[in-house]
Design a protein around this ligand. Structure first.
Ligand SMILES: NC(=O)c1ccc[n+]([C@@H]2O[C@H](COP(=O)([O-])OP(=O)(O)OC[C@H]3O[C@@H](n4cnc5c(N)ncnc54)[C@H](O)[C@@H]3O)[C@@H](O)[C@H]2O)c1
Length: 437
């Protein structure tokens, strides 16, 4: 025992109880320790399960993937809601389309919805208002659309009950599918949000479209990023797209293959549009032209990436109005789907087009134009481009879109940026109090 007293009480506990003899008091003492330890283990297990449960919850509901439950289920339904849906989708000309625009609170979705409504088509928006970037901007776009008579249903493209309901209420002739998890770099932070929206969500939407009767024709946004490491310029639709440089690009490429499958099996008419770096008023705060503007005005340093060996990084910047014309051209030339109620009745149209500007501009030139328009000298830092998904340059060959859609971009970068800066200054002065501008 004296030997035992010299060691700590933890060491008192035998690894195999009962192997040595002890007196009664030390037996009771050990019993107490056992009981305390088992209580401790029990409570630690509860605590661990509790923590694991919350980690699991936060992973499956990542911010960009799922905004909040209320937005996905409880905010729709009822006769008033159905009336709003029908009214928004009602066309004002006899030859007009009835279009479901997914991602309508997004940058491109807002502009496309406004353009369709303006020319007499019926438009219903759908968006989950996720928090990938400032949701106040999405709400401001929503107000703009509301004033134009376009209602945005708040929901997720993964919600098949909601989608079926929308197709029950409205007979859509077309779906303009723009909802997606955009952005190349964010994929390293939240890869699941790309799978959720760009793959699972797209499949869900196609499932609903395929079983609709009549099936709508679908036009959707792919991306120039599918060209990945392709170095043959300008990028043509026939070039290889099997070397994506980011998960975003990989999900867009997967989308193109998935679209082909639904076209082949179910007779859905599908047109994919590969957008090249779209910019303009109401644009996306995660894009360089946008955050450069913000940082230059704040006097903050901006980082300009260089390709290896001090090479130039260039983008085929395409102004939003040109992209909108391309989207409308694709909708106007889309043929009807051939299936109905999930059954194919004949071959259906399947197309892919580049929508770019055909003139890549170095990022340093973008900054020079912004400095001129903002009348502020930028504090620049040059850094080698990190390997996080960006590619060195993009350059579109648009001859196919020109011949088949009548697509002809007309806005050069300086003109387009002037319009963006004008909007930015107005918008940021109006919303300074409301958010973090
Ligand atoms: N802007 C560009 O330069 C560019 C370039 C290439 C491709 N694209 C593609 O064009 C489309 C539109 O891009 P954008 O710049 O307008 O992006 P955006 O992020 O502004 O718009 C996308 C909208 O979709 C919504 N959304 C995302 N996941 C959703 C989901 N699961 N359910 C419902 N809504 C969801 C978002 O809330 C957002 O409002 C996207 O498919 C994008 O990948 C854009």
């Amino acid at each position: 025992m004296s030997q035992l007293k010299t060691v700590s009480h933890i060491d008192d506990i035998p690894s195999t109880p009962g192997k040595f003899k002890s007196d009664k008091s030390s037996y009771i003492h050990r019993l107490r320790i056992y009981s305390t330890l088992s209580k401790l283990t029990l409570w630690s297990s509860f605590f661990l399960i509790f923590v694991l449960f919350f980690v699991f919850l936060s992973r499956t509901t990542s911010p960009a993937a799922a905004p909040n439950r209320r937005a996905l289920g409880d905010s729709w339904g009822g006769s008033d809601w159905e009336k709003r849906v029908s009214k928004s989708a009602r066309r004002s000309t006899a030859s007009g389309f009835t279009v479901l625009v997914t991602g309508a609170a997004g940058f491109v979705g807002t502009h496309v919805s406004l353009a369709l409504k303006r020319r007499g088509d019926g438009v219903l928006g759908l968006d989950n208002f996720n928090r990938y970037y400032d949701p106040n901007l999405k709400r401001a776009r929503q107000k703009l659309l509301d004033r134009a008579g376009v209602f945005i249903v708040e929901g997720d493209i993964n919600d098949s009950v909601l989608l079926h309901k929308l197709f029950d209420v409205v007979m859509f002739t077309h779906v303009m599918h723009l909802a997606a998890q955009a952005g190349v770099r964010y994929a390293m932070q939240n890869p699941n949000s790309y799978v959720h929206s760009n793959i699972a969500g797209f499949v869900n939407l196609l499932e609903v479209c395929k079983s609709a009767n009549p099936q709508p024709a679908i036009v959707w946004a792919s991306s120039s990023s599918v060209y990945g490491l392709n170095s043959k310029v300008p990028f043509s639709e026939k070039d290889r797209t099997d070397q994506p440089a980011s998960l975003y690009a990989a999900t867009k490429k997967a989308g193109e293959e998935i679209a082909h499958t639904y076209n082949h099996i179910y007779g859905l008419s599908i047109t994919g549009l590969r957008f090249f770096t779209v910019y303009g008023p109401w644009g996306r705060p995660d894009m360089a032209y946008f955050f450069f503007t913000k940082d230059i005005l704040k006097g903050k340093q901006i980082t300009i990436f260089e390709a290896p060996g001090h090479g130039t990084v260039a983008r085929d910047f395409t102004y939003i109005d040109d992209i909108v014309k391309g989207c409308l051209g694709a909708l106007d030339t889309a043929k009807k789907s051939t299936g109905s109620g999930g059954k194919k009745k004949g071959a259906a149209q399947f197309r892919i087009f580049n929508l770019g500007n055909t003139s890549p501009v170095p990022v340093s030139e973008l900054v020079r134009i912004l400095e001129k328009l903002l009348k502020v000298k930028a504090k620049k830092k040059l850094l080698p481009m990190p390997r996080n998904g960006d590619v060195k340059f993009t350059h579109a060959n648009i001859s196919l879109a020109h011949s088949e859609l009548g697509y002809r971009p007309t806005t050069n970068l300086e003109t387009g940026l002037r319009k963006f800066v004008q909007w930015y200054l107005e918008y940021s002065s109006g919303s300074k109090k409301k958010s973090s501008w």
